[in-house]
Design a protein around this ligand. Structure first.
Ligand code: CUA
Length: 339
């Protein structure tokens, strides 16, 4: 009997170690909130640990009280009936009202503080303001110096970032687990999210509010860069779109086709077309993904997207464009040349 209970204790400990090891490994999982990479994400992580500690304490008290009630204070067979029940005990009642109230206070003070910290009234000094516009089903990022990009936001480390969240249609939610969040993006209202990233890297994000057919496909990426790398990226973004070199005949042919194609009614390529419905394509070729992070940015996936967007992202507003092979290849070559 003794051996059996010792065995089950070991089994429980082994399972616990396994679970904790899983938490540790989650540092390599992209959508984890347990590997904070910004001041806000760290604050949220600390809050999580703090609340968990209070919860664990309550759980312990309940387990001890329950165990005592069942094994120590219960009446055994053949024993006399329990003593008469007390009708009330003022001290006890005050204690079990004040105790939980105190715990709730200890949880709510840091929670409210963290919420306010994530959206200070006044932007921190030297903050980089980025307007995030959520669309069904993609993300637009507008930088203060006028360049726009889609689905891939670049930010520097060590500089406060202040996001101004707007929606072009319905309610979405901006969420990059390793950088903090989430924050709802509500039409007719501007919400803010302020944080400072600390570790360069690529961090996936996801719309976290159900917003229709392709909600699950409304992904994006945040590239946190060193200030020097970020400055280089910004310089490239501010430059006009690359013109395909004359010897790249396929891309040159694609450029000619693009300029008169239906693509230009929705998409902007600086100096070539002005469209405001779909993502800005001025530097499309420099992005790593397309279709709100669903596809890799390589020629075959771009071609598949152009031909049948709804197959990849159900409900997508972009109409498919069925083109003869050579024309499609030329268009793809042009888009990929837009570095
Ligand atoms: Cu946008 Cu869900």
């Amino acid at each position: 009997m003794m051996r059996a209970s010792r065995f089950s204790l070991y089994a429980v400990l082994a399972a616990l170690a396994e679970i904790l090891a899983g938490c540790e490994q989650s540092a390599n999982l992209p959508m984890t909130t347990l590997a904070p990479k910004s001041d806000l994400a760290s604050a949220i992580h600390h809050l999580f640990l703090e609340v968990t500690a209070w919860d664990a304490m309550i759980l312990l008290i309940v387990i001890v009280a329950f165990t005592l009630a069942v094994f120590v204070f219960s009446t055994r067979a053949g024993e006399a009936a329990p003593p008469s029940q007390a009708s009330s005990d003022l001290k006890l009642e005050i204690a079990w009202t004040l105790g939980p109230a105190l715990v709730i206070l200890m949880i709510s003070i840091p929670t409210v503080r963290t919420i306010f910290r994530s959206q200070p009234e006044i932007a921190p000094k030297g903050a980089l303001d980025i307007t995030v516009v959520a669309h069904q089903w993609w993300w637009e990022f507008d930088y203060p110096d006028g360049h726009k990009t889609a689905n891939e936001m670049h930010i520097p480390t060590g500089q406060p970032i202040r996001l101004r969240l707007e929606s072009a249609d319905i309610i979405h939610s901006f969420w990059v687990p390793q950088l903090g969040g989430k924050r709802d993006v509500v039409p007719g209202q501007i919400n803010h999210l302020t944080f400072m990233a600390s570790v360069p890297g690529e961090y996936p994000g996801q719309c976290a509010e159900f917003c229709g057919l392709s909600h699950a496909n409304m992904r994006f990426r945040v590239f946190v860069q060193t200030p020097d790398d970020f400055a280089m990226w910004q310089k490239a973004e501010l430059a006009g779109p690359a013109t395909p070199p004359a010897n790249d005949r396929l891309a040159v042919e694609g450029a000619q086709y693009f300029a008169t194609s239906p693509c230009t009614t929705c998409h902007t390529v600086e100096g070539v077309s002005k469209g405001y419905i779909g993502p800005n394509l001025t530097h499309f070729g420099s992005r790593t993904t397309l279709a709100a992070g669903v596809l890799k940015n390589d020629p075959s996936e771009v071609a598949a997207w152009i031909t049948d967007p709804q197959k990849i992202k159900p409900g997508a507003y972009m109409p498919g464009l069925v083109l003869p092979g050579p024309k499609l290849n030329a268009l793809v070559a042009y888009l990929e040349s837009l570095k």
